[in-house]
Design a protein around this ligand. Structure first.
Ligand code: SF4
Length: 250
């Protein structure tokens, strides 16, 4: 169901069940026309208003690297608001063990299907290559830099092959990730593959990401991804070198 807030701001779609509940509670009204739309009786903060929204993506095709379902929610909506034609890309050799990788992948598959997002799935699980690359550089920060480069480089490469104008990553939404470093690596790779790296501070949508993840009942992991981050999370004494990250990671 399409949703707008009281100012007419386009929000992410909600389930029919939730729409019915909002209507019943008097928190929304039906708007005439197609597609079926509800208008909330209040303003939702944290997203740019239509007049502030640009059209940086008008006529452009973008490849969005997706790390997990929750982080994709707000990000897909924002890129579409900017006019991009968005295709999702799954490549996360950093997620261990394989069962966890599959759980996150299936979550993305389900959400992407629900919001009509075309996807490209990298066919191989390159955990061995990931572990080889971080070998000897396992501390947080060091290994993350290698991880970002591995995932962004594959995204840039596939974006170029697919004739995309730009590429970006849902990693930019997470306060648990080094956004400045992700941007630096992305902007370095752009010219190499002749595809623009699209940077936006998606973090302003972190709260809405949480709301959408709950609303769509998406699987929310509680460690970043690699075996080191899992160890750091569950041994309860912070990272290999520094403090613990939050209970839910992105
Ligand atoms: S902590 Fe997260 S970002 Fe850093 S290497 Fe592990 S999975 Fe990648």
């Amino acid at each position: 169901m399409r949703v707008v807030d009281s100012t007419g701001r386009e929000l992410s779609p909600c389930s029919e069940e939730r729409a019915e509940r909002l209507l019943k509670e008097g928190k929304a009204t039906m708007v005439e026309g197609e597609p079926p739309t509800i208008r909330l009786s209040y303003e939702v903060e944290g997203r740019p208003k239509p007049k502030e929204a640009g059209s940086r993506g008008e006529g452009k095709k973008i490849l969005l690297h997706i790390c997990c379902g929750p982080c994709s929610t707000y990000t897909i909506g924002r890129l579409r608001e900017e006019g991009f034609s968005v295709t999702g890309f799954w490549y996360n050799p950093n997620v261990h063990p394989f069962s966890e990788h599959e759980r996150r992948r299936e979550c993305v598959e389900e959400y992407a299907g629900g919001v009509g997002l075309p996807m490209i799935w990298w066919p191989n699980y390159e955990m061995v290559e990931f572990l080889r690359r971080v070998s000897g550089r396992e501390t947080k920060g060091d290994r993350c830099s290698i991880d970002y480069r591995m995932r962004l480089e594959k995204t840039a490469e596939v974006a170029a092959q697919e004739g995309c104008d730009a590429f970006t990553s849902t990693l930019l939404i997470s306060p648990h990730q080094d956004q400045a470093l992700i941007r630096e690596i992305g902007e370095e790779l752009g010219p190499k593959y002749n595809v623009e790296f699209y940077f936006e501070n998606f973090r302003r949508g972190w709260t809405e990401r949480g709301r959408l993840a709950k609303e769509h009942n998406l699987y929310r992991q509680n460690y970043c991804g690699c075996i080191y981050s899992e160890w750091e999370r569950y041994r309860g004494r912070g990272s290999l070198e520094e403090g613990a990250s939050g209970a839910e990671s992105g």
